[in-house]
Design a protein around this ligand. Sequence first.
Ligand code: ASP
Length: 359
Amino acid sequence: MLQQKSVQFMKLLFGFTLMLAAGVQAAEAAKPNVVILATGGTIAGSGATTTTTVGYTAATVGVDNLIKAVPELAKVANVKGEQVFQIASENMSNEHWLTLAKRVNALLAQRDVDGIVITHGTDTLEETAYFLDLTVKSKKPVVLVGAMRPSTAISADGPINLYNAVMLAASQEAVGKGVLVALNDQINAAREVTKTNTSTLDTFKTTELGMLGYFQGNKVHFYRQSTRKNTADTEFDVSNLTALPQVDIVYGYANMGPVALNALVAAGAKGIIHAGVGDGSLAAKVVPSLQAARKQGVVIVRAARVGQGIVARNGEANDDELDTVVSDTLNAQKARILLMLALTKTSDTKEIQRMFYTY
Ligand code: ASP
């Protein structure tokens, strides 16, 4: 009798365990699947002491350890990691971007991937974000995240930033919003965000057009969205590209001469971003070199070193006469990205101007 009872009890226990396991499986299946692509940067950096917040080494911690450091990630998504590169982002190149965009597109084409987080150095994070904003062919969330303090520092910002980024990539709210940047409890759009401070935690800002939203209470809160076309709605396709056209930047300043511009053109630049003073003004000493470059087929885009506002077409320079393009509100480093991609499609300046008003 006692034996029969204990067999019954064992059966019940077994059944209960099976139900529990099925429940866990169902809960995991219900959670979104997020892939973390790690590329290096300070978020993966380590310093000599816990108070080392400058003079540390970027890109030393692998993706598995980044994930292990934040067990809370499992609450919001099923997370997998891939080490794509392990570099400081000042070394990010066009080739890295092409590799990354292709990997993101391949992953997002999979039914079992709901979103991507990319860990990245903060120095060129805004550039990679905008490159992906123009070349990812999916509406699924893609979120870039970095940190201003290395992983070994007191109050390192990497873990909370990573948690927020995964929560964002796993959220329905982020679908169709273009590539996003998550740091310091704030959500910004790839096109507009920029690094504004060398070292403080609140360095990423969309100063005038405004951030998109916040992280608070384990939730994402959106308040606005960029009006410019992005991701699946762009005309750019990098799937068959192995290189991008050479585009360089010249920086405007008082007493500027044409030396840098001439050198870049002689080195084979197909496009030049002129980050002019004020509203993208051109110094008289530079104009003949710009005209000569244009005659050789080099496409010139007038951007502004001030970093805010619209560069007015036919404002400080006669763009119709010079056959130059204006950057609209893109800063010089992002104008470089759009011009490279534009040059993969056309060298017609009217078409390229249309693209600068579209993306
Ligand atoms: N130099 C570093 C990098 O961009 C800085 C950082 O990640 O904050 O990789």
